[in-house]
Ligand binder design. Structure first.
Ligand code: 3H9
Length: 686
């Protein structure tokens, strides 16, 4: 008895509905039931055609991702994905896919195994498997080029971006786009007795093997640039190229071989871990909020600097009216002008229509003082990072904001309780730590103070969802999760430089490992005046294992602020490209000599070991102290906020995968040799 498939009959047309909430993912059972339902309908003499669709908002969001780790580990028998698709395609009666919402991965592969595709205007079609470290494994790499040609198929499979219905129709992926009821339209089309047309039989859009190889080489190179270190994009290119080399069956065999290699690899395990970790962060066990979280209709942002302006844009982008204020009229004008410039740039790049940019701009209103706060459901403070200034602003916010409003600070280092104490309602106060640039970065740390209520936490999580952000709950410790861990990681990079390491080699050891930027270059990006403040605040708040002084503290005193004035660890040219700087090395070595620091050679492995162990051990302390709910939350923070490679799964996942016991041995050795900084946290033995 089928449990995931519904079947309806509409005067000679069978409508087969995949009904597997929340997104109709294809498990082995669903696939079996689906193929069987199509075969049953085909055998039924009263049926002339079959419409295949998904229940709810989406067609099919792909294979059930949760089965891949078990398949990779051999904990479940292999699933013959390609065979299920072949069974659908073999139907002697026409099968029409009626696509609403997402047809992704195995969902698009199912649609391509159908003989025709009719899509709703809002549908999205794509092969996003590479984002999970995989390639399409249910015939997608062979059917897609037959429908849309080799080049576009390579692009879609190698980079994983979906296309909208209209664009899909222009490519030949979809036969018709309809504005109304897509199932109704598909049934009507089915009644016109369309001939069976199997994608596998099409060859006109395939090129010869030599041209396919030239195309493949272009895509391999661009994959190395766009998704460096990742194996799946090149495997996807290879699988699509195989379509031009032999029969459909040969192509399927090549796809299966390449899929299997990706499935068994560490990268897919890591990326699948991140996929589920991202969706788990907002689930906070035991959160007891009475009723539904308060709806956010209007917002106010205090402080029109880079962060405040960016946060105001986040609200406007989500359709929420927002008042933006600043103590200085000039700063406010500058903030608004900056916002306008960003929207104009988005229009110029074709990312947004002029009307849409105008609508968003209109949602952002300039406020005098606390004007707007009285009507706001949420107020975000983003003023200068100074505890006294913040307390003054919070007193004003407290006096003006309606009861029940969420009061948030965007501080990245300060004590939330100290700020909350400036108000008469600390239960409504929490941290919403956005990352820069706020409209782009999806991570938001939601920082819970001592008095923060469950209701406020629930409202903040709901707000993050509205803003299309990924909220990660963090405790009120110095630097919360991200900055707290980044500090010892960078401290080690600086210490290596002090002990003879070349800055560019230190950075290269980590970018070649997968980080988006090296730790010293990040210092130059943020600015050394800012780092000095962060370090001083860390020391004030008792991050005792951080050395009290470091060469980096000298940089602002030497007038080396980083990229902003062209000098930091590197010397920057007019294109903001950094170059090794002999003068920097000279003062660095002088600094070390004056303190008697031993100078030595550093191997790439030693640089990686120290920096990464410092990072993970701080994450481990955070877990010991309960400042993060789960190791996976920390992984999300680093992948989304700090350029840690997603294909390594985040720092805690990486440590687990590399072997905690082995890393703990190294940490203990460093602890024995060098003392407290390296003291292993209890997590390593958990
Ligand atoms: C594949 O298909 C391989 C093939 O080639 C064939 C095999 C060889 N599986 O994102 P949301 C869950 S690989 C399992 O918050 P939205 C998700 O965890 C697959 N679960 O919703 C969440 O659960 P919970 C290729 C899935 O509306 C809930 O659904 N496909 C899957 O913001 C809601 O998800 C993809 O990579 C899945 N496939 O976005 C598509 N998808 O509520 C992945 C979702 O317990 N999915 N869940 O936390 C997406 O991109 C988005 O979920 C989608 C909806 C756009 C569909």
């Amino acid at each position: 008895m089928a449990t995931h498939i519904r079947e309806e009959r509409r005067e000679g047309v069978a409508v087969v509905v995949v009904d597997n909430p929340p997104v109709n993912a294809l498990s082995r059972e669903v696939l079996e039931e689906l193929a069987a339902a199509v075969e049953r309908a085909a055998d039924d003499g009263s049926i002339t055609a079959i419409v295949l669709t998904g229940a709810g908002r989406n067609f099919i969001a792909g294979a059930d991702i949760s089965m891949f780790p078990r398949l990779a580990a051999g904990e479940m028998p292999p699933v013959p994905f390609q065979d299920y698709m072949n069974r659908i395609e073999q139907s002697p009666k026409p099968v029409i896919a009626a696509i609403g919402g997402a047809a992704l991965g195995g969902g698009l592969e199912t649609a391509m195994a159908c003989h025709y595709r009719i899509a709703a205007a809002g549908a999205q079609l794509g092969q996003p498997e590479v984002k999970l470290g995989l390639i399409p494994g249910a015939g997608g790499t062979q059917r897609l080029p037959r429908l849309i040609g080799m080049e576009k198929a390579m692009e879609m499979c190698a980079f994983g971006e979906a296309v909208a219905a209209q664009a899909a129709a222009e490519l030949g992926l979809v036969d018709k786009v309809v504005a109304g009821d897509v199932v109704e339209a598909a049934v009507e089309f089915a009644r016109s007795a369309p001939p069976v047309r199997r994608t596998r039989d099409l060859r006109e859009k395939l090129c010869d093997a030599a041209s396919a190889e030239s195309l493949a080489e272009i895509f391999r190179q661009s994959a190395r640039r766009r998704m460096p270190h990742q194996k799946a994009p090149e495997a996807a290119v290879e699988a699509v190229a195989a379509a031009a080399r032999g029969s459909f069956e040969d192509g399927l065999a090549a796809e299966a071989r390449l899929f299997e290699a990706c499935l068994k690899g560490e990268q897919s395990r890591a990326l699948i871990h991140v996929f589920f970790a991202e969706r788990a962060t907002a689930k906070i066990p035991g959160l007891k909020a009475a009723g539904a979280p308060k709806e956010i209709r209007r917002a106010a942002v205090a402080g029109a600097g880079t962060m405040g302006s960016g946060i105001a844009m986040c609200f406007a982008n989500a359709g929420i009216d927002v008042w933006l204020s600043d103590a200085s009229r000039e700063a406010l004008e500058r903030g608004l002008a900056g916002i306008r410039k960003q929207y104009e740039a988005a229009v110029r790049k074709g990312k947004m229509s002029g009307e849409e940019a105008e609508r968003r701009m209109e949602r952002i209103r300039a406020a005098e003082g606390m004007e707007g706060v009285a009507e706001a459901d949420v107020v975000v403070e983003a003023v200068f990072e100074d505890p006294e200034v913040k307390r003054v602003v919070f007193r004003l916010i407290d006096a003006a904001a309606p009861q029940g409003a969420l009061l948030a600070t965007n501080t990245s280092t300060l004590d939330i309780d100290g700020i909350a104490a400036a108000t008469k309602r600390p239960e409504s106060v929490l941290g919403l730590h956005f990352f820069s640039p706020a409209p782009v970065m999806r991570l938001v740390e939601v920082v819970r103070g001592r008095a923060t209520s469950d209701e406020a936490m629930a409202a903040a999580l709901e707000l993050a969802k509205r803003l299309k952000k990924i909220p990660v709950a963090a405790g009120n410790c110095f630097g919360f999760i991200g900055n707290r861990m980044f500090l010892p990681y960078r401290t080690q990079a600086v210490a290596i430089a002090e002990q003879g390491g070349e800055p560019d080699r230190i950075d290269a050891a980590l970018t070649s490992w997968g980080w988006a930027m090296g730790p010293l270059a990040v210092g130059d990006l943020i600015g050394h005046d800012v780092w000095l403040m962060i370090r001083q605040e860390a020391l004030r708040r008792g991050a005792g294992h951080i050395p009290v002084s470091a060469f980096e503290d000298e940089l602002p005193r030497l007038g080396r602020l980083g990229q902003k004035n062209g000098f930091g660890w590197y010397r920057y040219d007019e294109n903001r490209r950094g170059h090794p700087d002999g003068e920097l090395i000279r003062v660095l070595r002088e600094y070390a000599a004056a303190r008697g620091f031993e100078q030595r050679e550093w191997t790439v492995e030693q640089i990686r070991e120290r920096t990464l162990l410092a990072l993970v051990n701080e994450g481990a302390r955070i877990l010991d102290e309960g400042m993060a709910l789960r190791a996976a939350d920390i992984d999300v923070v680093f992948v989304h906020g700090f350029g840690f490679p997603g294909w390594r799964g985040g720092p805690m996942h990486w440590a687990e995968a590399a072997g905690k016991a082995k890393l703990l041995d190294r940490l203990e050795a460093l602890y024995d040799e060098e003392g407290p900084f390296w003291k292993p946290a209890a997590w390593w033995r958990s």
